[in-house]
Design a protein around this ligand. Structure first.
Ligand code: SF4
Length: 445
């Protein structure tokens, strides 16, 4: 069958769809891109914010319009919380989050997946890497969450925290490495609670050590970990060069009063201490974060306190979210809704701060060398412009002659110049001198 897979939202959703893609390709089905007619469409939806829910509905309608004869399957958090609404909107089947990992099997059982080519046409649907899917794999290790942050609908949509068996994760990473993947991003709803349901308070650290010991994976990245989950040995993990110096630590607010109202199990000073420990563990450590503005009851003083904390903490990158009412969360019933114009102004200021901090962080590495994993390219001038990531999560661009193939290559790269949203890089012997004339290279890391 011709199958179209679509996902919205978090890295966990991406990882889940990648897993479905592999199962479908191995079963002989062909994955088709947008614009090509599909026999079956699967949408992994999101509802973390009101706009994410809107996008889920919009994509559902688009898929239906583009594939009027296809079977339309909805899964993910929006489908989990609004099953009737998505059925009304034209979904043929709704698969809840608890059954998502078995989605392909359910489709076969329901007769929605047929005509599998008994001898999978490897040329038609080769492995994800060859198909240019990704060079980095999002590996789901955990699902659900036992916390009750007041604004969060995910904990409602995904249920209680549960960990995948470590041997399954190690096996998957071995398969990915054998297929050519060079980086895996461990993902979950509440990654830091990995193993807690298995009686292991230090479950995530144990898992990372096991992956390092039992696989050849060159680069291991962690997706977001909540500040209250890091066990004593956690920062030692970064002494292994295969564990990438990037820690995404969702803060949400730098003001303790707001954090208490959010029911976040941390304080600004605790996060400060973690940031200091992270930077002590690796001099290149990129500490990135999520911050929310306009949470119900947020006063001007609270916002300024949060803003100043974030400015002092010098995060490498901010993901700024404006509070979004999610029915079914405690915050949706809280008084003190922040005026829309005030919320817009706070969001703009936080975005500007984020841009400044990101620029400052980037500039620390100009003139140095880093190992960049190249992910994709686009035509540029007479050649190609390649895009890749450093271990400390800097986006790097470089220009090469048209015939150069850096896909999934990992190269020592000179970090020359700051650019909007990226750094201009130079791969000796490969890159062509960019249209941006660069100062001579000085020293390596
Ligand atoms: S830790 Fe909080 S924000 Fe994160 S998924 Fe759980 S409830 Fe939501």
């Amino acid at each position: 069958m011709r199958v179209r897979l679509e996902t919205l939202g978090c890295r966990l959703n991406i990882g889940e769809v990648e897993a479905m893609a592999r199962q479908l390709a191995c079963a002989g089905h062909r994955l088709v891109p947008p614009g090509e007619t599909a026999d079956l469409c699967v949408l992994n939806s999101c509802t973390v914010t009101a706009s994410a829910a809107r996008k889920s509905r919009h994509l559902l309608h688009q898929l239906r319009r583009a594939n009027p004869n296809a079977a339309l399957v909805l899964t993910g958090c929006y489908a989990e919380l609004q099953p009737d609404r998505v059925r009304l909107a034209g979904a043929d089947l709704v698969v809840g989050n608890a059954d998502k990992d078995r989605l392909v099997q359910i489709l076969e059982e329901r007769g929605l997946l047929t005509d599998a080519d008994p001898v999978p046409d490897v040329d038609a649907s080769p492995t994800p890497v060859a198909a240019g899917w990704r060079t980095r794999a999002f590996v789901k290790v955990q699902d659900g969450c036992d916390n009750r942050c007041a604004f969060c609908i995910v904990t409602v949509a995904r249920g209680a925290s549960r960990s995948r068996p470590a041997e399954d994760i190690v096996r998957q990473i071995r398969e990915l490495t054998a297929e050519g993947y060079r980086e895996a991003v461990l993902s979950g709803v509440h990654l830091g609670s990995y193993g807690h349901d298995l009686g292991q308070r230090d479950g995530l650290s144990r898992l990372v050590r096991r992956i390092l010991a039992e696989t050849e994976l060159p680069r291991l990245r962690l997706s977001s970990v909540e500040p209250w989950d890091l066990d004593d040995g956690f920062f030692e993990l970064f002494s292994d060069p295969r564990v990438l110096p990037h820690l995404h630590l969702p803060l949400q607010s730098g003001c303790d009063t707001t954090l208490r109202r959010m029911a976040r199990r941390t304080t600004a000073s605790q996060v400060s201490a973690l940031i200091a420990a992270a930077r002590a563990a690796h001099s290149w450590m990129a500490v990135t974060t999520d911050v929310m503005v306009a949470f119900p009851g947020e006063t001007e003083e609270e916002f300024e306190e949060s803003f100043s904390f974030i400015e002092r903490a010098s995060f490498a990158r901010l993901h700024v979210f404006r509070y979004s009412v999610r029915v079914g969360t405690p915050a949706a019933r809280m008084p003190g809704r922040v005026d829309s114009a005030v919320a817009t102004s706070r969001s703009r200021r936080m975005h500007e701060l984020g841009a400044r901090l990101e620029e400052e962080y980037k500039r620390r590495f100009l003139g140095r060398r880093a190992r960049v994993l190249w992910e994709d390219a686009e035509p540029y001038g007479l050649g190609l412009r390649w895009s890749g990531l450093t271990p400390n999560y800097l986006r790097v661009l470089t220009e090469t002659p048209a015939g150069t193939n850096l896909l999934n290559a990992s190269t020592e790269t000179e970090l020359l110049q700051a650019m909007p949203g990226a750094v201009l890089g130079f791969v000796p012997g490969v890159s062509i001198q960019s249209t941006f004339a660069a100062p001579p290279f000085v020293r390596s890391a």
